[in-house]
Design a protein around this ligand. Structure first.
Ligand SMILES: Cc1cc2nc3c(=O)[nH]c(=O)nc-3n(C[C@H](O)[C@H](O)[C@H](O)COP(=O)(O)OP(=O)(O)OC[C@H]3O[C@@H](n4cnc5c(N)ncnc54)[C@H](O)[C@@H]3O)c2cc1C
Length: 346
């Protein structure tokens, strides 16, 4: 049996939860077949899936998940005007809702409505997210009931540890869902075993385009219980984790990644105990821009504070380089390029 499956859902509602962020809720019987485990539909840290977006005026393509590599080759060989696009999004949250067809799972997808600053207009994913209306059909490629969630968050690495999570607007859904999971002690494992100890501290900093994106609904549920302190929102999660959440608004004046870089520099310089050694000592070879998307996860066996970085590919590389130059072992860092400037992401 394949670990990947295509499921059909229908849009139940859409809502702007930030100036550049639309929440698309989809529901359907077929969502039961995701690997929810005993705890049932809910957030699953940074778990992601694919959306198969039809070309305008075309029907949904049929995905042959029994032979996905052959199907993918055949799919990619067709023009986009015929086949449409495949894009990656995060499972922001899920629940069971009552519809006229009975109780079915419903899940939320938070889509960044971004301009393509290289080619102009909206990217196909951004356009798709902003044009959906209730009852539209949405096809997803997701793990099957026998599979495991596709995710990078390592709850064992985070357990009883100090965690820093930094990202751009595309990582807000992942950051929020990770916090929700820590708060509610939801494990990524199918057996719904309790997480292996919650993080002691979790500092999240997310760079968003504007003040209108730093909203309560875009963040984790716990923010509503938080208190403001020096521009950060602080709250003790139900798991005992001390959460600090920082919105970094880019606004008109800052370049992309500038607020995140200066925030991270301050964090690193504030960690007096961090052993300093030059980036060259830990080796940056092989780190040049290869034109590929960057993706590496922290060593599961490591014990140092856990760094989780998700943003545009060159931005995330620069953030990791800064961490390493301040003495953070590469093996303590997970870094994921969620998109790449000037390039479409299938
Ligand atoms: C694991 C994972 C999880 C993700 N989760 C989410 C999520 O929950 N929500 C979400 O919105 N995105 C998420 N993304 C990012 C999303 O897949 C990309 O932003 C994707 O490129 C959007 O597709 P598009 O069709 O709009 O643009 P594309 O066709 O891929 O790109 C068109 C152009 O727009 C640029 N571009 C792409 N994304 C952005 C952006 N965000 N801001 C500015 N310019 C951009 C590209 O560089 C390119 O020039 C995730 C990515 C990964 C890998």
């Amino acid at each position: 049996m394949s670990d990947i499956q295509a499921v059909m859902t229908r849009v139940t509602r859409t809502e702007m939860v930030g100036e550049h962020l639309v929440r698309v809720s989809v529901a359907g019987e077929e969502l039961r077949t995701l690997p929810w485990g005993e705890s049932g539909p809910g957030p699953r840290a940074d778990a992601y899936f694919k959306v198969v977006i039809p070309a305008p005026g075309r029907d949904h393509v049929r995905v042959d998940s029994s032979d996905l590599s052959r199907w993918r080759q055949e799919y990619l060989s067709r023009p986009e005007t015929e086949r449409g696009w495949i894009r990656t999004y995060t499972l922001r949250d899920a629940r069971v809702v009552t519809t006229e067809r009975g109780e079915v799972p419903e899940m939320d997808i938070d889509v960044v409505v971004h301009e393509d600053d290289v080619h102009g207009g909206l990217g196909p994913g951004a356009r798709w997210g902003s044009q959906l209306v209730p009852a539209d059909t949405v096809q997803l490629l997701v793990p099957s009931a026998t599979g495991t969630w596709w995710a990078c968050w390592d709850e064992h690495r985070a357990g009883n540890n100090h965690v820093v999570l930094a990202g751009d607007e595309t990582a807000v859904p992942a950051a929020a869902a990770i916090v929700d999971c820590v708060d509610q002690a939801i494990s990524l494992g199918k057996d719904s075993a309790p997480a292996p100890g919650a993080p002691q501290t979790l500092h999240v900093a997310v760079e968003v385009p504007s003040h209108g994106d730093a909203t309560l609904p875009a963040g984790p549920a716990a923010l509503s219980r938080g208190v403001m302190s020096n521009g950060d929102i602080r709250v003790t999660l139900d798991s005992g984790t001390e959460l600090t959440w920082t919105w970094l608004e880019r606004g008109e004046s800052a370049a992309r990644n500038e607020p995140l870089e200066s925030w991270l520099r301050q964090q690193l310089e504030g960690r007096a105990a961090t052993a300093r050694h030059a980036a060259s000592a830990t080796g940056e070879e092989g780190d040049e821009d290869t034109g590929e998307f960057v993706w590496a996860t922290a060593d599961a066996a490591g014990h140092g504070p856990y760094w989780f970085l998700a943003a545009e590919s060159s931005a995330v590389k620069s953030l990791r380089r800064m961490c390493v130059s301040h003495g953070v072992p590469k093996t303590d860092i997970s870094f994921m390029g969620y998109w790449k400037r000037g390039r479409a992401t299938e």
